[in-house]
Structures are given as structure tokens and as C-alpha cells.
Unconditional design. Structure first.
Length: 383
């Protein structure tokens, strides 16, 4: 499948209007995993130099981020086979989420299997394809076809040749000990731009699964208090488990829809709003279904969170707004909305991306230029 076919026609046209000649490069980059896969050193438990030594002993090849002292990255391997490769093996078809994981080196587990050739038995070499027929990897079956379909858990296929390969980290002892958190470079930049202080009231409005929350706690050296809000009981529980693994002790989880934040009566010094978005910047994206109408609807939805944040921010307080999407409406247009509400853009302490579309003082990350996820960050003050 050509990468252009992975995006609806109306979205392709939208990208071309927004990004001009660069649109094709952006779409092609979105189709592949990130070139540099980042983790954040958990400085509550270790240092970067110590962790790099541990990771080398665990068989990995870590590299230092030139931008952030707590950043480590691994280089992507691949592509491991050409786009026109046809291995002619029995086929296992995986759902979109599982396919995107296999595409970058993960194993295929039974819950991710949609279909399997009936003749497949344990030990057979198989090809794994996504629901639209894209070859994402080759591996050895660990279950029969019937078991793959009926099982609720367990390894279905041991992937031996993924299209790309990123390091598998969750089985490492260093991971279990909470020495790092897998987090993209732009996502790490966000906590630095917030500049949290231990004596401040800090709110994270969409906290789960806890990446930015735990990074803020790390920068505060586990002092002060962070109010971490999420409306999903399951996501909040998983966040608490993650905070426990990392040794974070200064977070107060709150189960609620953060659009109702003013009901808590808090006047925060700093608020992080990593807004729910269309996630158009996430990589790899084997295909996309969202269209411009979804962008507009999401941007309107985000303004409900923005209004809530502004009401809960003290005068002189700071709001950091971020998304993992590429659209103008969810990013610069919503910043203009905040400016109309009396907020003022401020300079960002870490700036390694590009400027905004028709707007200075905001930071954009492009997948083709910065070899990252697509991302957006703005820092504003209530004046």
C-alpha cells in the first residue's frame, strides 16, 4: 500500500493546504516508527551514566540525548525487507494496534489476532499482516490457528523479522526497577517548559498514563504536590502502578473529568493541559481514518478544557498546552483563543523544534524534520 493510500483524501488535501510541498514528506514519515526511540532516565533512582552502563550490560546500545540531560535514545533498525516483499507464507492477520506494535518489533499476542490460516500449527513460519493486507513482520507460530483466535492471552507468534525494530524494554530488569520511563523527546520537553517549583500548586489535567506527571515529580525531586486528574478509573489505577514503579511520592491522583476542575476550588500556580486530541502526529500510523471534520470537532472539545484551566489558574499563573497532533485548529487556533481570553504567550526554556504556523513563540515538532512524533507546545501566562 502506498503511504498516500493510508490517509483519507480529505485529510491529504488538508495537509497539502497546511504544509504545502512538505505534506508528502510528513505523511511518508508518519507511516514509519520514530528514527530515535527515547527513554527518560528516572533521576529519582539513578543517573544517566549509571543507567547507560546497565543498559549496555542488558545488551542494548543506548546513546545520550544532546538536548536533555535525562534523555537516552536508541536508533531504529530497518526497514528489514522491501515494500514489495511477498514471502508466501501462511498468514496471520492482526488488528491495527497489534500490527503497529509488530511493525516496530513487538511480539504478537493472541488478543491482537483477527484471523489465521487454518493449517497453521506451532513451529510454523508465518507472515503477519494488518487488516488492510500490509506485511508488518514474519515470525514463528507459538499456537495453532484455532488457539490464536480463541485464546484471551499468551504469545501467538514470536516475531523474528519485523519491518522495523525498536528495543523491547518492558522485560528488562532496569525497567522493573523503575530506572526509566519510555517517553518521546517532545513529551519530555513539556515538563521543562512548565518549570515546576516545589512550593507551587501544580495540576496535570489529563495525567494518565503518567509520563509527564512523573517527569514533573522528578524535576521537583519528589517535593511539593502535583494534582493529577483523569476521568478513567482504569487509566488512573495504571498510572498509580506506574508511579509506584518509578518511586514517585508527591502525586495526588484525582478521578474526575477535568472539564469540571473549577469545582475543586483550586487556584493553581501552574497547569499542564496535554489536551485530548486527534493524535495525528503519532508514529507509526499504518493508516488514518480521521478527517478534517474530526479535527474541528476535537478543537471545540479542547476549548472546554481550556476554559476550565483558565478559571482554575491564579493571576500570574502559567498554563502549558500541548498536543500530539499536527492540525492548525487544535494548536495555533486554540492558542489564539487563549490569547483572546487574556493569556499571554511566553518564551520556552527549551526550544529544539520549529516555530508555529503563522505564530511565533510556540513550538512544533515535525516527524520529517525532527525525527520525532508530531507534537505542539505553548506556554502562556494569565496576566
Amino acid at each position: 500500500m502506498d503511504y498516500r493510500e493510508a490517509f483519507p483524501e480529505k485529510l491529504r488535501d488538508y495537509y497539502r493546504r497546511l504544509f504545502g510541498d512538505e505534506a508528502e514528506e510528513i505523511m511518508a514519515s508518519l507511516r514509519t516508527p520514530v528514527e530515535k526511540y527515547y527513554i527518560r532516565v528516572n533521576t529519582l533512582k539513578t543517573s544517566r551514566s549509571k543507567l547507560m552502563g546497565i543498559l549496555r550490560k542488558e545488551g542494548l546500545r543506548p546513546k545520550r540525548s544532546p538536548y536533555l540531560k535525562e534523555g537516552i535514545y536508541f536508533e531504529r533498525e530497518g526497514p528489514n525487507f522491501p515494500d514489495d516483499f511477498e514471502p508466501e507464507l501462511p498468514v496471520v492477520r492482526a488488528n491495527k494496534f497489534a500490527s503497529e506494535s509488530v511493525y516496530q518489533g513487538a511480539m504478537l499476542y493472541a488478543p491482537g489476532v483477527l484471523q489465521a490460516d487454518r493449517k497453521i500449527k506451532p513451529g510454523d513460519e508465518v507472515e503477519i499482516r494488518d487488516p488492510r493486507g500490509l506485511l508488518v513482520g514474519i515470525g514463528i507460530a507459538r499456537m495453532s490457528a484455532k488457539e490464536m483466535i480463541l485464546s484471551k492471552r499468551g504469545l501467538a507468534v514470536k516475531v523474528t523479522l519485523p519491518k522495523f525494530r525498536l528495543p523491547s524494554l518492558s522485560e528488562l530488569e532496569s525497567f522493573r526497577e523503575g530506572l526509566f520511563y519510555a517517553q518521546s523527546l517532545p513529551s519530555m520537553v513539556v515538563a521543562h517548559i512548565l518549570e515546576p517549583g516545589e512550593g507551587e500548586v501544580i495540576v496535570d489535567m489529563a495525567a494518565a498514563p503518567g509520563g509527564k506527571t512523573s517527569h514533573i515529580a522528578q524535576l521537583m525531586e519528589n517535593r511539593g504536590e502535583i494534582i493529577a486528574i483523569d476521568k478513567s478509573k482504569n487509566r488512573l489505577r495504571k498510572m498509580e502502578e506506574e508511579l509506584g514503579r518509578l518511586g514517585v511520592k508527591n502525586v495526588k491522583p484525582v478521578l474526575m473529568d477535568s472539564r469540571k476542575l473549577p469545582e475543586l476550588g483550586i487556584k493553581a500556580d501552574k497547569i499542564l493541559l496535554d489536551a485530548p486530541c486527534t493524535a495525528l502526529g503519532i508514529r507509526p500510523k499504518l493508516w488514518e481514518t480521521r478527517k478534517p471534520k474530526d479535527i474541528n470537532a476535537t478543537a471545540r472539545y479542547q476549548r472546554q478544557f481550556i476554559d476550565s484551566a483558565i478559571k482554575s489558574l491564579r493571576k500570574g499563573g502559567v498554563l502549558v498546552y500541548s498536543t500530539c497532533t499536527l492540525s492548525y485548529e487544535e494548536n495555533e487556533a486554540n492558542v489564539r483563543y487563549m490569547l483572546e481570553k487574556g493569556l499571554k504567550l511566553e518564551e520556552q526554556s527549551v526550544f529544539i523544534g520549529s516555530g508555529g504556523i503563522g505564530m511565533e513563540g510556540v513550538q512544533r515538532f515535525y516527524p520529517n524534520r525532527h525525527l520525532t512524533q508530531g507534537f505542539f507546545i505553548a506556554r502562556l501566562r494569565r496576566v
